[in-house]
Design a protein around this ligand. Sequence first.
Ligand SMILES: [Zn+2]
Length: 357
Amino acid sequence: MDATEQFLKEITDAAGVPGYEGPVRSALRRALSGLAADIEEDGLGSLIARLPGTSERPRIMLAGHMDEVGFMVRYITEGGFIRFMPLGGWWDQVLLAQQVVIKTHKGDVVGQIGAKPPHLLKEEERNKVVEKDAMYIDVGATSRQEVEEIGVRVGDPIIPRSEFTILGNGRTYLAKAWDDRVGCALIVEVFRALAGQPHPNTIYGVGTVQEEVGLRGARTSAFAVAPDVGIVLEVGLTGDLPDMKPEECAVRLGAGPVLLAYDGAMIPNLRLRDLVMDVARELGIPLQIDVMQRGATDGGPIHVNARGVPSVVLGVPARHIHSHQGIISRDDYDATARLVVELVLRLDARQVAELAP
Ligand SMILES: [Zn+2]
């Protein structure tokens, strides 16, 4: 594993469901200390790292959310099974038989998601999708007391059990939480590239909290930073899967960064959008333009901060997000990092003044 792969492993293996981002925050802080001039946290726990350039303004906010989709312990049954509730969006079909880790005050507890066994279901029940509410986590216990003794309490966070893996071709990576640890990792790449190099602005790298439950950390951290430009670093959904038509989603793995022309909470600043396209063309980086009709990003609260902030969302294509693991391509990752670095280098006071709609 090279240094990038090692950091991607560290940051995706870290546990961080909404409201419980501590381990991710620590990993991000470690990676940015020594590069940033200072690192602070806002009142909700978003991490704000500052990289000064040759001018205090414009302030460029790079945002990646630290939280991942997961669950929380809701109830422990008398028989020793754990009922859970989702934190973030989960599709019932990706849950059954998966392994999870419950983070308790006594340490990690591993379990498996289960439901009534198919052998005991009636014919008509067997063909129906089992809903989350009918599932439970089995930690191998036989009573509520036993579950409590190993440390499980109502409210404990639960994460998918899944480990960073380099796939067969060596250029694609499987891991949990690409959404949005890939954005957190890109912030580190930009800081590495630009620390000690003159850039005509001040960069704020922000690991936001609680995105998956309503874009909450982006709101408070944007208030704290008061940015002049917002660049949200995210994943982009792909449609390069069997039985999908390009018109449903034309984004392909390995075909370059995704620029969102629309998300459910934001229409990007058009001049900034065009600048991204110009820079990509200039550098010979392929760019995939997509619209996200459902769902929103941290761009929502950032672009409506204060008097309004020109903002854009850039994504690394990722397959199978919001499940136990997804897949990204190293080529897309490197190209996105390069595009963001070159974009930031061009965002001086004159260029930012010209972004006014
Ligand atoms: Zn996301």
